[in-house]
Design a protein around this ligand. Structure first.
Ligand SMILES: [Zn+2]
Length: 132
């Protein structure tokens, strides 16, 4: 016998930011917070859009500077303090309180985070140098 089939439901869920009802597809046992997350992911209100823009920038930061950096060709991930500074700056960049941030890391990496208020571009440069 097959396992119990979960019921797929199509419901209207309020966006936690603006209260607008958004159609989402869920399983009957999908918890409330996951339902709210789905509504936020689909809502067109400015707060929901801001949260998506921030998440996208955080993902990029992880890829270039975080644990994923090594898989993307860098020798090491940046230290926690630098990561924390960058994460904090992303909110300011998305809000256009800051247009661009440049950081020179102790190990020589240069970071640039630049925003147009919607997309944060992150550049990491590390100069390898050798002297014999
Ligand atoms: Zn909303």
């Amino acid at each position: 016998m097959e396992g119990v089939k979960r019921m797929k439901l199509s419901i209207e869920q309020a966006c936690p930011f603006c209260g607008q009802f958004i159609a989402i597809g869920i399983d009957e046992d999908t918890p409330e917070e996951e339902r709210a997350a789905q509504a936020k992911a689909k809502c067109g209100c400015p707060q929901a859009a801001r949260e998506r823009d921030i998440r996208e920038a955080m993902d990029k930061l992880e890829q270039i500077c975080g644990a994923d950096a090594v898989n993307n060709g860098f020798d090491y991930p940046l230290d926690d303090e630098t990561m924390e500074i960058c994460r904090r700056m992303i909110g300011y960049l998305i809000d256009e309180a800051v247009g661009e941030v440049q950081i020179r890391c102790v190990r020589g990496d240069r970071l640039k985070l630049k925003s147009d208020g919607k997309i944060v571009r992150i550049t990491r440069k590390c100069q390898k140098q050798m002297m014999l």
